[in-house]
Ligand binder design. Structure first.
Ligand SMILES: *Cc1c(COP(=O)(O)O)cnc(C)c1O
Length: 385
């Protein structure tokens, strides 16, 4: 019987005997670098942790199952995952990438992948006609939806159709929604990327990254690459992420519920000039979100009246922490212009609408009244109320 996602976060469909690992309910941490052999040609199935480790494998099976993929690969960070993925391409290959990606992805593409002669065409995938940009050497389309931080929503199924027609690999960074709200492979994507540091881990206590696919050819190449280049996630970190995933469902539900209320509150503030949350019906991507995802997530970007106001908020918040990252139980406020997107060239930043009065909230699972109380206090102080 097909299991539902909350259950899949906690149990993997496994052929294991029920009493494996002495019946341990929490999967053991195999904190070992290597595995012994009984004799020549007799492997336990594990030889060396860079090649595979049972705890990492358990995590990979869990994430593959959550994304309806056949294979998942766990990396030391989201960036390590994307970097390894870029190894599938050859010099002079062209990749069409969304212009409003996570800043670290843009930095990687422009400074590392470009050095390896990969060529990137950066466009607004949510509104431009992608087909106009496909060239003879184009091999892939790389998108995020909603994008970081401007929350642009791209139609995944439509993009997948274009990718299929031109034999391109469609890569979707699904970090913002997590597999709880969205499964891009079901909509035709070839590879799903996650920064597991965010919602999958969920506790701001460790980094990780994932690549997930259901294409055997891609899985085979990634399996070779991860063991060869060595950025696989360590056993203890794998266990932390496994533990985080168990509560993914209830965390996502609560964070989203809080985000709706905070987005509404922000809309009522005269110092807030714009609230960008895809769960608001006026968001241009709202209908596409409703069609392709099971929720809207808990990331809110908003603009305040000026730079001074933005900086004063960051200086005054205490319960809400001024920090990069997202997707954890703690509510964080980020200043994209000096933090996550500092290395994105200024002209691209401005074109994308990221200014020095843009703030990004990753809404956590605290009591929302406490979060709003703090925002009320900070806004009140700043407006002299
Ligand atoms: C954080 C993030 C990454 C990078 O992940 P790390 O785990 O920090 O290396 C990639 N994509 C998105 C959308 C992110 O938010």
């Amino acid at each position: 019987m097909a299991r539902r996602i909350e259950t899949k976060c906690i149990h993997i469909v496994s052929e294991e005997a029920e009493n494996a690992h002495y019946g341990a309910i929490s999967y053991p941490i195999y904190q070992t670098a290597t595995f012994s052999h009984k004799g020549v040609g007799q492997s336990s199935g594990y030889d060396y942790t860079r090649l595979q480790n049972p705890t990492k494998e358990q995590l990979e099976k869990t994430v593959a199952q959550l994304e309806n993929g056949t294979d998942a690969f766990a990396f030391t960070s989201g960036m390590a995952a994307i970097d390894c993925l870029m190894e599938l391409f050859e010099p002079n290959d062209n990749i069409i990438s969304d212009s409003d990606l996570y800043g670290g992805s843009i930095r990687l593409f422009q400074n590392v992948s470009a050095k390896n002669k990969l060529e990137f065409t950066s466009i607004d995938c949510y509104k431009e006609n992608i087909e106009d940009y496909i060239k003879e050497n184009t091999k892939a389309i790389f998108i995020e939806t909603p994008t970081n931080p401007m929350m642009n929503v791209t139609d995944i199924a439509k993009t997948a159709e274009i990718a299929r027609a031109h034999n391109l690999m469609l890569i979707v960074d699904n970090t913002f929604l997590s597999p709880y709200f969205s499964n891009p492979l079901d909509l035709g994507a070839d590879v799903v990327v996650h920064s597991g540091t965010k919602y999958l881990g969920g506790h701001n206590d460790t980094l990780s990254g994932f690549l997930v696919t259901k294409r055997a050819d891609i899985a085979e190449r990634l399996a070779f690459m991860i063991k060869t280049t060595g950025a696989g996630l360590a056993p203890f970190d794998s266990w932390l992420i496994l533990r985080g995933i168990k509560t993914l469902g209830i965390r996502m539900e609560r964070a989203q519920e809080n985000a709706f209320k905070i987005a509404q509150w922000l809309k009522e503030q005269s110092a807030v000039t714009k609230v960008i949350y895809p769960g608001l019906p006026e968001h241009p991507g709202y209908e596409i979100m409703k069609k392709q995802a099971r929720g809207f997530g808990a990331m809110i970007t908003f603009q305040v009246k000026d730079k001074e106001f933005a900086e004063s908020i960051l200086n005054r918040v205490r319960l809400i922490r001024f920090a990069e990252s997202l997707g954890g139980v703690e509510t964080l406020i980020t200043y994209p212009t000096t933090q996550t997107h500092a290395d994105v060239p200024e002209e691209i930043r401005i074109k994308n609408g990221i200014t020095d009065s843009t703030l990004r909230l990753s809404v956590g699972i605290e009591n929302v009244e406490d979060l709003i109380d703090e925002l009320e206090k900070v806004f009140g102080e700043l407006e002299g109320k």
